[in-house]
Ligand binder design. Sequence first.
Ligand SMILES: C[S@@+](CC[C@H](N)C(=O)[O-])C[C@H]1O[C@@H](n2cnc3c(N)ncnc32)[C@H](O)[C@@H]1O
Length: 243
Amino acid sequence: MNDSFRESEARAVLKSLESSYCPAPIKEARERQDEILIERFSGTPYAIADVGCGTGYHGSIFAPTCRLYHGFEISTHIGQIAQERWRNEGLNNAELFLGDVAQSKTPADFYDLVWCLYFTPGNFREPSTNLSIYTDAYLDRNPSFITIFSNFYRSLKPGGLMFLTIYKDVPEAEDAQIDFYEHTNQRVVTPRGGRFVATAENFWSARWTEKSLLSNLKACDIAESDVMFHELNHIAWLVEISK
Ligand SMILES: C[S@@+](CC[C@H](N)C(=O)[O-])C[C@H]1O[C@@H](n2cnc3c(N)ncnc32)[C@H](O)[C@@H]1O
């Protein structure tokens, strides 16, 4: 996929990350996600991978006390913002890995925690302007998602944990997505009622059922018995996966 596709997507992402407007249910889910992770994991010398780390917000929270914090980010511009932020904060244990995380081959049995937050798991797909390729069958067995999380599950130490924040496939989540993207000057191009929302700016964000997430995780060799769905609110889950 050409650079201008990804650059347009990154501009849209950055606008939403920097926007002062955030629909109430999305804001609430994000705050709850952070409360849970901070309560459970801040202050311990873990090795943490942040998949799709954006502008480095979670690195700033966890790197001061964790052993190492690795952020993975596809956008050069967004990655630079994270790097500068961590440098300015003196976080020498926080490192940025730039590139498509679907190409990452991280070491086996390395991380205590892997997380992919703020609905980022729903952004992974083979990029295309032809939205008809994203059928329900595709969403139930998404090749990019499977490549990425097979790799990071392999990279978790035995006993390690992985966390994914995802939208539930409910109309209220779709309403909040559309509201958010329209308020960040994007044009939604998908009809209501599908399982993902796409914009003319190449942003793409899927919603999930328990069944669709479990089916993707099964393809990563992750058993259903190792997966727990924590309710963040009526539109979102924080999914905990143990190894
Ligand atoms: C919704 S934002 C969330 C950012 C951050 N995790 C947070 O909570 O603020 C998703 C981030 O994942 C990045 N991203 C999307 N696809 C990616 C890929 N294939 N490889 C690496 N990063 C990716 C985007 O550029 C964006 O910065």
